[in-house]
Design a protein around this ligand. Structure first.
Ligand code: THU
Length: 132
């Protein structure tokens, strides 16, 4: 799948964003190693801390469907800045895919690419608990 196709899937699901508080719509599409794609949008809540990011929604769908091998995620938001995963989402993504490629797109279609390892360079992960 091309980068542009994955980004367009993220843009499609962004339309379903429930974001009445921030008014900042976000969509994410995560591509599995077998080519399957799961999408998710941000889901806000009157209790603000309960809000789910688009990336977390996409991961929840994928893992619930039995997929844990990911190679790429595309994230898109409205406006002209690149929406990058928040710290919590970087950690969520690291759990399953430390080598993930992260595409971040703007509304005008321009996008940037990062490795997750560059966004979360010194992570905490399952290896830290394997020496107990
Ligand atoms: N948001 C995401 O969905 N993903 C991110 O990586 C950053 C932030 C959402 C959460 C909230 O609904 C809104 O953007 C403003 O923070």
């Amino acid at each position: 799948m091309t980068d542009r196709k994955l980004i367009s899937l993220a843009a499609d699901v962004m339309a379903n964003s429930y974001s009445p508080y921030s008014r900042y719509k976000v969509g994410a599409a995560i591509e599995c190693s077998n080519g399957t794609v799961f999408t998710g949008c941000n889901i806000e809540n009157a209790a603000f801390g309960v809000t789910m990011c688009a990336e977390a929604s996409a991961i929840a769908g994928a893992v619930s469907a039995g997929e844990r091998n990911f190679k790429r995620i595309a994230i898109i938001s409205e406006g002209n800045s690149y929406c990058l995963p928040c710290g919590t989402c970087r950690q969520l993504l690291h759990e399953f895919a430390p080598d993930l490629e992260v595409l971040s797109a703007r509304a005008d279609g321009r996008y940037v690419s990062y490795s997750l390892s560059s966004l979360l360079p010194v992570p905490f992960g399952k290896d830290h608990m394997s020496n107990l």
